[in-house]
Design a protein around this ligand. Structure first.
Ligand code: HEC
Ligand code: HEC
Length: 433
């Protein structure tokens, strides 16, 4: 009679172990399926990246037409118009293509010649106190003047631009209703066909002009920049899948959270805000602190290492088109950013302005000269944190596993979204606009 009871005991034990094993695995499985729990600190960090924290694009006190509809329309036309180039074929939109989030998919921009750098997106640029990878410009309007006269980009000159405006009925009318009368430049003795303060023949022609006449032309040139700046202020990123996830997180809606981001993307987000330290520099709703950092990106073949901010701030300070200059509309000259900017400090050597990561999947190649082709390779770069060719790399090797690197890339891809800008602004203007 002992045997059956022993068998029963064995069966009971077997059943018990079996059931425990099954429930344990169910528990582990369910644990993996529910969204990763976040600590209060992590939630605070994640919420700080939400696009809802982005205020309306600020007006720029140095540009009195920065919120003027007529100026926005004029800027829109200028942005897409190839007339303002040496060969009549290059417009801002040649390199800043609306279909590619205002970049061009190329290593370096290509206009009349090759740009010195990779084309940066201009979406959300209105929020930045500095423009370009070295921040050598301190406003959108002042920035817009550079490509127009860059021999490798538009290759135009301010005298030619003033003439084009004068000769085009439509431009002349809109310009004059915004900025007052255009100067009479019909006297070819005083106003040559082409002139600009740049090296070569154009420079000679420019220096032959009187200072007052130079100022008249500069004013027209600057106003062109101000209209373009007004247009660019309208280019705003839209809410991505990541932002929808943050909405769900705020509402504690676990079901939507698990639908919106998969496990790999959530693990990637966790690395972004913790182990990867990415959020130290890529923070706020645009994923940038608008500061300058040396992250040890190797210069591209044949290029000298980029000195970055150390040169950029010197250029910005002596630019006649900066916030302090006579062409700025800010009467009170409240130019704190420019006045108090760090200058000549060793950490500025090789420091590049942190780019936004919104729509990052669509805006490669990456880094200031397009040195890195894919997001996987960007993460590889941060993982290794190589020595800088110039200055000192601020970041440390991250020692992420292959899986962690894959997760981080998966997270970065959740930042894609159409712009929040009316589509009419994203196409060339129609004739009757
Ligand atoms: C030939 C290509 C090309 C053309 C044409 C061009 N750009 Fe760019 N743009 C670039 C490149 C390259 C950069 C980045 C340069 C750098 O960071 O040093 C840039 C940077 C910018 C930036 C700064 C973005 C940022 O966040 O730093 C703005 C704004 C901009 N361009 C607007 C314009 C406007 C407006 C026009 C037309 C007047 C224009 N660009 C014409 C290639 C071009
Ligand atoms: C110390 C500040 C800093 C940290 C930390 C940092 N970045 Fe960056 N990031 C930058 C700067 C500066 C650049 C531009 C470098 C250049 O162009 O040479 C950049 C560029 C990038 C780019 C390319 C952007 C483009 O449009 O070309 C990506 C993607 C990126 N970072 C992702 C990350 C991720 C992911 C992490 C975390 C592993 C991270 N970053 C950590 C400052 C930082």
């Amino acid at each position: 009679m002992h045997y059956p009871s022993r068998i029963v005991k064995k069966i009971a034990l077997g059943l018990f172990l079996g059931i425990s094993l099954i429930s344990l695995s169910l528990w582990v499985y369910a644990g993996n399926k529910t969204p990763n729990p976040w600590t209060a600190d992590e939630i605070r960090l994640i919420e700080s990246l939400h696009i809802e924290n982005l205020p309306k694009a600020p007006a720029n006190p140095s540009n009195s037409v920065s919120k003027n509809l007529l100026a926005e329309k004029l800027g829109h036309r200028l942005f897409f118009d190839p007339q303002f180039s040496k060969n009549g074929q290059i417009s801002c939109a040649t390199c800043h293509q609306p279909n590619n989030f205002f970049t061009d998919k190329q290593t370096k921009g290509s206009g009349i010649g090759s740009s010195s750098h990779n084309t940066r997106s201009i979406v959300g640029s209105a929020y930045s106190p500095w423009l370009y990878s070295d921040g050598r410009k301190d406003s959108l309007w002042s920035q817009a003047l550079s490509p127009l006269e860059d021999p490798n980009e538009h290759g135009s000159n301010r005298m030619q631009i003033a003439r084009l405006l004068n000769n085009d009925e439509n431009y002349r009318r809109v310009y004059q209703s915004l900025f007052g009368p255009l100067p009479d430049i019909s006297d070819l003795q005083r106003f040559p066909k082409n002139a600009a303060p740049i090296p070569g023949e154009l420079g000679l022609a420019w220096r032959a002009m009187s200072v007052q006449d130079q100022k008249l032309i500069n004013e027209v040139f600057v106003n062109i920049g101000k209209a373009i700046g007004a247009y660019e202020r309208l280019l705003i990123p839209g809410p991505s899948r990541f932002d929808a996830y943050v909405n769900a997180l705020k509402k504690n809606d676990l079901k939507s959270q698990s639908i919106l981001l998969n496990d790999s993307e959530i693990r990637g987000l966790r690395i972004f805000i913790n182990k990867g330290n990415c959020i130290n520099c890529h923070n706020g709703p645009l994923f940038t602190n608008d500061e300058f950092h040396n992250t040890g990106v190797i210069s591209s073949p044949r290029d000298l290492p980029d000195k970055g901010r150390i040169d950029g701030i010197r250029k910005a300070k002596k630019d006649i088109f900066n916030c302090m200059g006579i062409y700025s509309d800010d009467q009170r000259k409240e130019c704190d950013e420019l006045e108090y900017a760090r200058i000549d400090q060793p950490e500025l050597l090789g420091a590049i302005r942190t780019p936004s990561l919104r729509n990052i999947e669509s805006t490669g190649p990456y880094m200031h000269s397009g040195q890195i082709k894919t997001l996987t390779a960007v993460i590889e770069h941060y993982n290794q944190a190589p020595l800088s060719m110039i200055g000192h790399n601020e970041s440390e090797p991250l020692r992420m596993s292959r899986f962690e690197r894959r997760d981080l890339v998966a997270f970065l891809k959740t930042l894609e979204a159409p712009l929040s800008t009316n589509f009419l602004w994203l196409e060339p203007p129609s004739e009757n606009q």
